[in-house]
Design a protein around this ligand. Structure first.
Ligand code: XIL
Length: 497
């Protein structure tokens, strides 16, 4: 692990900035592996390497196990319970929210009474008190239930298969609970390095397992991502013969055609293009292999190819642009709006924009800024004359935390937890009160498996649950869960109290 000093020297450490300035400082989101080089902080930022630590030959269990492992290391290799997925086909499925929801088997846990005493700042829960987290919540209204009640979805990213999460029965039970999550996004397994590890040699093994689990559990699937600058296979980022615009665009079009054709309408939406702009206030184009080789036109090539694949395979899947620091009123958000407008002018269809929403307790936009921003995007018409939709695609709210992965350190004060609760509520409520916002996805839901601590040094506790007993032990829900339910239910804009 690089030292804090070396990270600072490399400009890789996030400098907390209070969101009081009209010019935010950026969320430091790209410090995972800038320009595809990787910074060594995250084991999966292997964009310049064709090697992968992931096993795609193992299945993940969809059933409860009685594992008593007390492993506390996230990077410890685990052996997922081999099972046969019920289906490995990618047959088109309906993309609407399930009308009948079934509860999955709950891991036995002893619910502790939720605190009902409001804190001095008015929040319902000050400290995490729920443990009944894998079955329906005590109220019988989960986060997805609350979203579905107003015609939206609530979901999570999951970094499965081939990871510790994939064999953690408590994680899986939480994930599979349709009351809390009726949507899912693959955190990694549909990225280029996994799907096309050698040129024109596709490996859908792991991604098919992901899709099978999602379908078994009635999830809407957001597919992520067809064009990004990170997590590329070595043959693409370090070609033997340098790419020309023509050869690279052929590679891009072929990838999009093959991948979209394979998954069909299993995907409610595809993040067609991810993160093309820098974080500075002028929002310039990011220096990537795509931009260096082809200039900005790679974006229109990608969306043209995605639209062509939709027509060729007769798909309904929605085509999204996805980015961060576009979740609030900010120049980069204007750039993203301009991008959509430019594609529309060229007759190229874009269906939606994904607002990633990787926030920190020190850097989180207000409810009103997020609402105004969503309004600006959803006012845009696409090439079909239809208003584009937005989705919150990667929400998490990290806080200063130098403790263990499994429990908050002393730095996670009650005041900080209250900020986190409020910020989750703000983003969910912005979506709930915006007609064109279709749903909210958190970027994984258990701290044990979060990308945050390994990417943003000195921060953590950013997800909705934690495991005080370590991996493969019961989940404890945080107060933010109540805030999310309230955020969907309280569709009169206000504050969470
Ligand atoms: C992250 C994954 O969560 C990590 O496991 C991986 O090491 C790097 O990528 N924006 C995105 C996601 O669009 O694909 C990123 O996911 C997080 C930032």
């Amino acid at each position: 692990m690089p030292s804090v000093r070396s990270l600072l020297a490399l400009g890789l450490l996030v400098t907390p900035a209070v969101f009081a300035s009209p010019v935010p400082q950026g969320n430091g989101n790209d410090n995972g592996c800038k320009n595809g080089q990787g910074n060594g902080l995250s084991k999966k930022c292997t964009s310049t390497s064709s090697s992968t630590s992931r096993s795609t030959s193992t299945s993940f269990s969809t059933s409860q196990s009685t594992s008593t492992s007390t492993s506390t290391s996230r990077s410890t290799a685990v052996t997922p319970t081999p099972t046969t997925p019920s289906s490995t086909s990618a047959a088109p499925s309906t993309t609407v929210a399930p009308t009948s929801i079934s509860s999955t088997s709950a891991v036995s846990s002893t619910p502790s009474p939720s605190s009902t005493a409001p804190s001095s700042s008015g929040f319902k829960l000050l400290t995490p008190t729920k443990t009944a987290t894998t079955g329906p919540l005590a109220s019988a209204t989960g986060m997805a239930d609350a979203a579905v009640a107003i015609g939206k979805y609530f979901g999570t990213a999951a970094d499965i298969p081939g990871t510790g999460a994939a064999s953690d029965p408590y994680y899986l039970a939480g994930l599979n609970n349709i009351h809390n999550f009726n949507q899912i996004t693959p955190a990694n397994i549909m990225k280029w390095q996994y799907l096309e590890p050698q040129q024109n040699v596709f490996d859908f093994t792991g991604a098919d397992q992901f899709v099978a689990l999602a379908k078994t559990n009635q999830k809407i699937i957001r597919c992520h991502t067809l064009n990004w600058y990170q997590q590329l296979p070595n043959w693409l980022s370090n070609p033997a013969t340098p790419w020309t615009n023509e050869t690279l665009m052929d590679v891009l079009v072929n990838h999009i055609d093959q991948v979209m054709g394979h998954f069909g309408d299993s995907c409610y939406a595809w993040d067609v293009v991810n993160e093309v702009f820098n974080d500075d206030a002028t929002a310039t184009w990011r220096d990537t292999i795509w931009y260096r080789t082809s200039g900005p036109s790679f974006v229109s090539v990608a969306f043209r190819a995605a639209n062509a694949a939709k027509a060729k395979y007769g798909l309904k899947t929605k085509l999204y642009y996805n980015d961060y620091n576009i979740e609030y009123l900010y120049p980069k958000s204007n750039m993203a709006q301009q991008l959509v407008a430019n594609l529309t002018t060229q007759g190229i269809n874009v269906d939606g924009v994904g607002l990633q929403s990787h926030f920190a307790n020190t850097f989180t936009p207000s409810l009103s800024s997020q609402q105004q921003n969503m309004a600006a995007f959803t006012a845009l018409k696409n090439a079909k004359g239809v208003n584009i939709e937005v989705a919150v695609t990667e929400l998490d709210v990290r806080v200063p935390d130098t403790g263990s992965l499994f429990a908050p350190s002393a730095s996670v004060t009650a005041a900080i937890q209250n900020q986190q609760v409020q910020f989750y509520w703000n983003t969910v409520n912005a979506c709930a009160t915006t007609a064109g916002c279709v749903g909210v996805t958190v970027w994984d839901f258990v701290d044990t498996y979060s990308w945050i601590p390994s990417t943003f040094a000195g921060t953590g506790f950013g997800d909705l649950y934690y495991q005080p007993g370590g991996a493969n032990s019961p989940l404890v829900g945080k107060a933010a869960i109540d805030a999310i339910i309230d955020g969907f239910q309280n569709v009169q804009p206000g504050t969470y109290a």
